[in-house]
Design a binder for this molecule. Structure first.
Ligand SMILES: Cc1ncc(COP(=O)(O)O)c(C=O)c1O
Length: 370
């Protein structure tokens, strides 16, 4: 994968997904379409599933859905719960809250354990909450909260969730394939991710891994489900098929991207992300920004969020970066929309792109202060 770091992109796409995808991976999508119920697709499906399992670091079942990440978030609720069940959602932001919204849409009772934006999940509070709510069946957490740039410590969280034998559901949409997230070692029952993030693949596919314990929950789950019913995925997978027409072109791209990630080796991929994140954070601090996470130790390695200086507007900075310097970054979400800037650094980020980003930010801020 690293060989593409020298690619010259016209735009510095620094979103927390979709990420820049090298032409070699993108062009895979232009291959002729094939029968998704034929042998060739069957091989592609099995091969991609095996490689995804390697990166998820799991022997659990894993399924590929044609959807964005929110599809598998919904699947992680509808497949394992019944109406009236209680779950704990430990949320540190917008995407954590999405689990609550989905669960409530299915009439699941949610115990909201919300932490202030910029903080990570406090494990003492989590344990207290579990003790106070003995009927809770599952804990839902976001590994990397893309709305605030906070990365939760999954190994600490796992120790608590597993101590109480609760179902452990993790949104790894913006972390898996970029930072270590070893499903089996962390005893994660359901882990989800999506193609447009660290997988360096176009949007359109999402992934869900399912432990034996999660299958037991599934057996007694009575929530309505159809498109995302994992039983359908399981039954069809036995025949080497997806239950519904897949995004064949994106599968070709995914296949190539997975080969490149595995060829680079995951420890090296994680190390690369760590270095890039450290460099970007350090440079942003050097030019006068303050990190949004309240402790650098839980700042994300896939995106950095910074507070904007008083008297400046996120819209104007983002507009200038885009129109004058071809640098695309994001504002905060919800009530953080005019408070923070979010800079994605998942996938491939070259030193030249970091310098381009930082220099453009300096110039945009100078203009902003004039
Ligand atoms: C942590 C996290 N969860 C969920 C989502 C939603 O994924 P999607 O937009 O692919 O539906 C995102 C997308 O940015 C995310 O970063």
């Amino acid at each position: 994968m690293q060989k593409y770091l020298s690619d010259k992109n016209e735009t510095n796409l620094r979103l927390p997904g979709p990420v820049p995808v090298p032409f070699d991976i993108l062009n895979e999508q232009t291959k002729p379409l094939i029968n998704h119920r034929g042998n060739e697709y069957s091989y592609l499906l099995k091969n991609c599933t095996d490689k995804l399992k390697q990166i998820f670091a799991t022997d659990n079942d894993l399924y590929i859905t044609t959807s964005s990440g929110t599809g598998v978030m919904e699947a992680s609720v509808s497949n394992f719960l019944s109406e009236g069940d209680e779950i704990i959602v430990a949320s540190v932001g917008w995407f954590g809250d999405r689990f609550t919204e989905i669960a409530q849409a299915y009439n699941v009772k949610v115990i909201n354990l919300s932490f202030s934006h910029g903080s990570n999940i406090n494990c003492i509070d989590l344990e207290e909450c579990i003790k106070k709510n003995p009927k809770a069946k599952a804990v839902y957490v976001t590994h990397n909260e893309t709305s605030t740039g906070v990365q939760n410590n999954l190994s600490d969280i796992s120790k608590i969730v597993t101590k109480y034998s609760l179902l452990f559901v993790v949104d790894g949409i913006s972390s898996v394939a970029s930072v270590p997230c070893e499903t089996d070692k962390l005893k994660i029952d359901v882990l989800i991710s999506a193609s447009q993030k660290g997988w360096v693949t176009p949007p359109g596919l999402a992934f869900i891994s399912v432990s034996k314990k999660a299958w037991n929950y599934h057996k007694v789950s009575s929530l309505p489900k159809y498109y995302f019913d994992i039983s359908q995925y399981k039954n069809y997978f036995k025949k080497g098929q997806p239950p519904f027409t897949p995004a064949i072109g994106v599968m070709y791209s995914l296949d190539k991207a997975l080969d490149l990630l595995i060829e680079e080796t995951m420890p090296k991929v994680y190390e690369r992300h760590k270095k890039v994140a450290y460099k970007i954070r350090t440079k942003l601090i050097e030019i006068g920004f303050e990190l949004f996470p309240d402790d650098e130790n839980h700042a994300s390695d896939t995106l950095t969020s910074v507070k904007i200086p008083k008297g400046t507007s996120t819209k104007q900075i983002i507009g200038k970066l885009e129109n004058k310097y071809n640098v695309i970054i994001s504002a905060g979400q919800g009530n953080l929309s005019d408070k923070i800037l979010r800079i994605g650094h998942l996938g491939l980020v070259s030193d030249a792109e970091i310098d381009w980003l930082i220099e453009s930010l300096i110039k945009s801020m100078e203009k902003e202060n004039e």
